[in-house]
Design a binder for this molecule. Structure first.
Ligand code: IVH
Length: 762
């Protein structure tokens, strides 16, 4: 804007009035982009400059201050955004099924978990999966008291004021006898007509169009000004409950009936099905009807109808075991492959990424797609300039599914994967050899580790990511700027940023408000949940779920570290590993041979004989290996660690490597000087089995082993796969074998299935 070039003391009143009007518009648009769409268009510094100029003009021309002046709305409306709301019961996501096989497997898994006979009927509801955003509405004694978005599943945003105008949401439950408390869950969406009408208004107002109904619904619900939300034709389908007190339901269908009676709109397409065939038929029928439904859907949702079974099935981390979303495949799109870049991951894995001419796929603009690895590019013979087909399945990263060679331009060249890492170290790329198969991994790696600046960046990004330290306002963009300017080099430096405030102020894009917010967000993480801390360390093979498991099993960081260090001292020798990997020698046979200390007199399976003959042409070499392996067997602390349910040797070894490495442990010490991992909460300290280590063996009759394990974990016990002196109980079903024998030998208490059920109150 040219007027902005005019120094404020030279502005005429007319110019000032015009500029204040323009600034009001412009600042409002930037606030919306930043606070509602999470997509700022300009840097914080540029934004601060606009606000400052607005203020200075107002100071010079106080009579011209507008009713809608941005200076009047700072603190209250824009900066606070929405209050946080803690859901009483977590809002879960759904696992996805992409084909019929996934659907049958979902049913089979539920049956196995519940130990149901194959032919036993298992009723399942089917309903459309609305492409909107989930909302949780709390009612106390029948009155609406709170409405909140999903957020991270536990904490969402309080949008109560914004849903009061939605006609599909009753403010008062229609009931003489409403429950004391209930969280009603469902989907806020815009129907086709509402979406079209909204975009017509956007055009008339000169605003950008919404790409799809989902974005439009999200944008409408998250309006700072609730009168704007109220003017949007938002709708709501109710489909589930969260926490409740004073109401119970025998089935999903009964719940849907009650939601309707309370005054909610429930989906009229909801249907009760009896088997996989009926579910698939439903999926296909809705697929045909899809265009005529009048609102966007991206799949159908199946839910086990019986509530008692739902409770027994429970949840796995974020997903219920009793429900699944069956997704429709998105329509593929074609575009041009403009370049292939190599990205370096946290562990040095080099991933080729396709840079594409931007194209809309399922309502989302796509300009990058993963190319997985070198082999993927070669198998498709992808070349720069090719016309490629892109698919995007749900939240999954876009994929290239094909290439149209008939459209290939002339003189294209075969793509050669680089031999060195694109990082400034230009390290040699290598492919790790898989110990078991002896084959090279498909993934190529940079060997630079912590010296590789890309790996360092990825490490820091991982450290602040959502499931790790989750620091508001500190994402990949900010990390890159701080690293580039020498402000941070490793995670512990993040907690010293406050000492460098002066330097941050000098950086482009960091205004006063954003620096304050950032430093406050960092301070808020000095005390950190143990699972987030462990996950944040970015140890190979230690993902989100494993981190949760370790936190639960060891309770404190000290306890966890001590267990890894003990495992380190008890780890097996390389000879033992080599011996273990011989084809055809399973763990039972392996231990028998090592007990004796020699293979003589033991009949080996043909497969093992062949493998041994091939690897050890000289039998003495094999005998020497057996002797060395017998001396290098893993000891209890290692075996116990690796035997934790959900664990294994690969993850155990990765942890040991981390704690054996001086670079990583020193960085860890520096981090521990800044932050305190909190002791993990015990799930139910009152339970008789909390803190106990339990091993399940043999076939249980009235429940599956998976269900029994899930019960144990829920009640705060550790589940292990092998019996040791530290085992508290062995629960033995029918035909229990060596584990039962070992329990008796070690004097570990053995429980029958009935005794187990009595113990856990089932
Ligand atoms: S049930 C515990 N039913 O899909 C089960 N979800 O991918 C809770 N969604 O977060 C969800 N339509 O926002 C359910 N008919 C439907 C749905 C539905 C859309 C959304 C919901 C959820 C997401 C999971």
């Amino acid at each position: 804007m040219s007027a902005r070039a005019i120094p404020i003391d030279k502005l005429t009143a007319t110019e000032a009035e015009q500029e204040l009007a323009a600034l009001a518009n412009e600042i409002a648009a930037h606030r919306a982009a930043y606070y509602q769409d999470d997509a700022p268009i300009i840097s914080d510094a540029e934004f601060d400059a606009l606000e400052r100029r607005n203020l200075l003009i107002e100071q010079k021309f106080p009579k011209l201050i507008r009713v809608d002046s941005p200076s009047k709305t700072v603190g209250a409306k824009a900066v606070t955004r929405f209050a946080k709301h803690q859901h009483k019961q977590a809002m879960l996501s759904l696992d996805n099924a992409f084909n019929e096989g996934d659907v049958t497997e979902f049913l089979a898994r539920a049956r196995r978990f519940l130990a149901l006979a194959e032919m036993a009927e298992l009723a399942v509801t089917a309903e459309p999966k609305i492409d909107g955003l989930s909302l949780s509405i709390s009612y106390e004694n029948g009155s609406l008291v709170k409405a909140a978005t999903r957020g991270d599943g536990n904490i969402g945003e309080d949008v109560t004021g914004n849903v009061l105008g939605i006609a599909d949401i009753p403010k008062q439950l229609k009931s003489q006898n409403p429950p004391q408390f209930v969280e009603v869950r469902g989907e806020v969406y815009l129907d086709d007509r509402g979406f079209a009408a909204l975009n017509t208004i956007q055009i008339a107002a000169g605003n950008p169009l919404y790409a799809n109904a989902r974005n439009a619904a999200a944008g409408s619900l998250r309006q700072i000004d609730s009168s704007v939300s109220a003017s949007r034709p938002l709708r709501f389908f109710a489909y589930a409950l969260g926490a409740k007190n004073g109401c119970e339901f025998v089935s999903q269908m009964a719940l849907i009936g009650q939601l309707g009676a309370w005054g909610f709109v429930t989906n009229p397409e909801t249907k009760l099905c009896k088997n996989a065939r009926e579910l698939i038929d439903y999926f296909n029928e809705i697929g045909i009807k899809r265009e005529r439904l009048g609102y966007d859907i991206d799949g159908v949702v199946y839910k086990i109808n019986d509530m008692e079974l739902q409770t027994r099935l429970g949840i796995v981390t974020r997903f219920p075991r009793w429900a699944i979303a069956h997704k429709y495949p998105p329509k593929p799109a074609t575009t041009t492959l403009e370049a292939i870049d190599i990205q370096v991951g946290r562990t040095g894995v080099l991933t080729p990424v396709a840079r594409l001419r931007p194209v809309l796929v399922g309502g989302v603009m796509v300009s990058n797609a993963t190319l997985h690895n070198e082999d993927f590019i070669h198998d498709l013979d992808l070349r720069i300039g090719d016309t490629v087909t892109i698919q995007r399945a749900g939240d999954v990263i876009p994929q290239i599914t094909g290439v149209d060679k008939s459209l290939r331009p002339e003189n294209t060249e075969v793509f050669h994967f680089p031999k060195t890492c694109p990082c400034p170290l230009s390290t040699k790329i290598h492919r790790l050899i898989d110990e078991q198969s002896g084959e090279a991994e498909v993934a190529a790696r940079c060997s630079g580790e912590f010296d590789c600046p890309f790996q360092k960046l990825r490490h820091l990004e991982h450290f602040v990511s959502r499931q790790a330290f989750d620091i508001d306002g500190l994402g990949p963009r900010q990390i890159a700027i701080f690293v580039e300017n020498g402000l941070i080099n490793e995670p512990s430096d993040i907690f010293k940023l406050h000492e460098k405030r002066g330097q941050i102020e000098g950086l482009e894009g960091f205004g006063e408000v954003s620096i304050n917010n950032l430093l406050a967000a960092i301070e808020a993480r000095r005390d950190i949940a143990l699972d987030r801390f462990i996950f944040g360390l970015g140890i190979r093979h230690i993902g989100h779920t494993t981190s949760g498991l370790l936190a639960r099993n060891y309770g404190t960081f000290g306890g966890f570290r001590a267990a890894v260090v003990a495992a380190m001292g008890a780890r097996p020798s390389d000879e033992w590993r080599r011996f273990s990997f011989i084809d055809g020698i399973g763990p039972v046979l392996r231990d028998r041979i090592l007990d004796i200390g020699s293979p003589h007199g033991i009949k080996l399976p043909i497969k093992a004989e062949q493998a041994i003959a091939q690897i050890f042409p000289n039998p003495h070499e094999f005998e020497a290996l057996v002797t060395a392996a017998a001396n290098g067997r893993p000891k209890a602390a290692y075996l116990e660690f690796a035997a934790q349910d959900g664990f294994g040797e690969v993850a155990t070894d990765a942890l040991i490597d981390f704690f054996a490495n001086e670079t990583t442990t020193q960085a860890l010490q520096r981090l521990l000087a800044q932050v305190t991992p909190l002791a993990a909460e015990k799930p139910t300290s009152a339970s008789k089995i909390s803190g106990k280590t339990i091993v399940f063996t043999g076939a249980l009759q009235s429940l599956s082993r998976d269900e029994a394990k899930a019960q144990a974990i829920k009640l705060g016990a550790k589940v292990s796969g092998s019996v040791s002196a530290k085992t508290d109980y062995v629960v033995a079903g029918e035909e229990a074998g060596s584990k039962l024998a070992k329990a008796s030998a070690l004097g570990v208490k053995v429980l029958s299935e009935q005794e187990w059920k009595a113990l856990v109150g089932g």
